[in-house]
Design a binder for this molecule. Sequence first.
Ligand code: NAD
Length: 501
Amino acid sequence: MTDTTPAAAPTTATFTTRSPATGDPVAEHPVHGPEEVSRAIARARAAQSGWAALPASRRRDHLLRWKKAIATELDTVARTIAEETGKPAGDAALEVVLTLEHLSWAARNAGRVLRRRKAGTGLFTVHQRASLVHRPLGVIGVIGPWNYPLYTPMGSIGYALAAGNAVVFKPSELTPGTGVLLAGLFDAAVPAYAGLLTTVTGAASTGDTLARSGVDKLAFTGSPGTARKVMGVCAETLTPFLAECGGKDAVIVTADADLDAAADAIVWGALSNAGQTCAGVERVYAVREIHAQLCERVVERAGALRTGPEAGAAYGPMTLPGQVGIVERHVAGAVAGGARALLGGPESVRAPYVAPVVLTGVPEDAAAMTEETFGPVVAINAVADVDEAVALANASRYALGAAVFCRKGRAGAAIAARLRAGAVSVNSVLGFAAVPALPFGGSQDSGFGRIHGEEGLRSFTSVQSTTVQRFTPPIALTSFGVPAATRERAVRLARALHRRR
Ligand code: NAD
């Protein structure tokens, strides 16, 4: 294990990460406190001034070297992710691949997106040359979750670095090793800027310390409850805050949809990573004509999947031990409220594993429909028509992702446009997450602000507007020396112009 904080006041307290499958210890990590966090910030700040001053093309080249190092160590990174989260090795490798795609896009596009651009001028400002530029903020604090311990925080880290910032990263206490490895690979690939990315380890108290440390923005990914606490801390110092929180994503299936394709995607979207995906499928609204057929096809596919310790399992254990109880409560509550379990049921919960559960007829006010379940459970409810499906999909207090299955892509896109979700896939699930150019984020309890894409780069900048006066204006209004007659003439002219339309 590499301690990436700067040379060393010894940290006595440590914590142990454990395999979610077996409970066996994986590694020991230091609990970083205020001293280590401030040292990481100071080191990041020192590295950032030179980093921000580099031409964008040089930053790009450095980041691509880091990307190459991650790709070269893909197996090690994927193994660390799999050990810490319990997910199958293939899923962990896919997470690294997606991360590389995003880092590549951020590195290659930051210069274009953030460069100085001209702005138009107006009647009284023709003498100005106006432009705007996006400047880095400084040091970004990133607090991450455990379910995608590389892909998710890199949506902030990679884009923040590409925009010219330094980053201090506090990974989840369940997955610190992935964060430590990431920063270690950066230092090795870009030694001239060692310390530009530092990982500090620990649980809530380390995250709280980071939020209080004077970072220039804090990008948080996790549950809405924690987001509220961290935002409260940031509010004390007016530290800008970005929140990527949970979801309760809905899928709408129309009467003419390809039901095999829909069932296949629903099963993967709901069950992959044991359902521990912020934009995973949790609710399905299928129009009544095809509801029974869709349920049958989902049950057939989900029923063929296995979870457990053996190789070849479709998904692994629940990573967070406490989540098992939430899944059990949601399933039991739905069944007690009148839902029918088409596959599995409360008995599917055998910690740390949960076998696939497919429910139907779940009351819309059941916890399984209103709260994030974050487990391998999907509810498929019948609706009269697309209007009802849209209304129910939008009734959630979450608004992160969604999907629509519909014969014609254009009709699907029209339904997508009626959804409040921050990202919608038509005829696939989670399609948006693999396209680096697309911004990602939600609203309400799903948070606010955007990562990924051009917006994701701009999220880690502040815009500076500049005017350069090119010549002395014919009507100079910003001087006490302006004769009253000139000012009156200007007002007359403006009034005449603006009254026309
Ligand atoms: P969590 O809220 O428990 O913890 C998130 C992070 O916050 C961890 O690093 C944790 O140590 C830290 N933390 C906890 N208390 C803190 C405090 N008081 N001050 C500062 N930091 C604190 O979330 P989790 O269980 O790690 O992650 C699961 C949640 O994340 C789910 O709700 C999931 O939907 C969401 N998530 C969202 C996205 C997204 O992009 N929208 C992606 C992945 C996960």
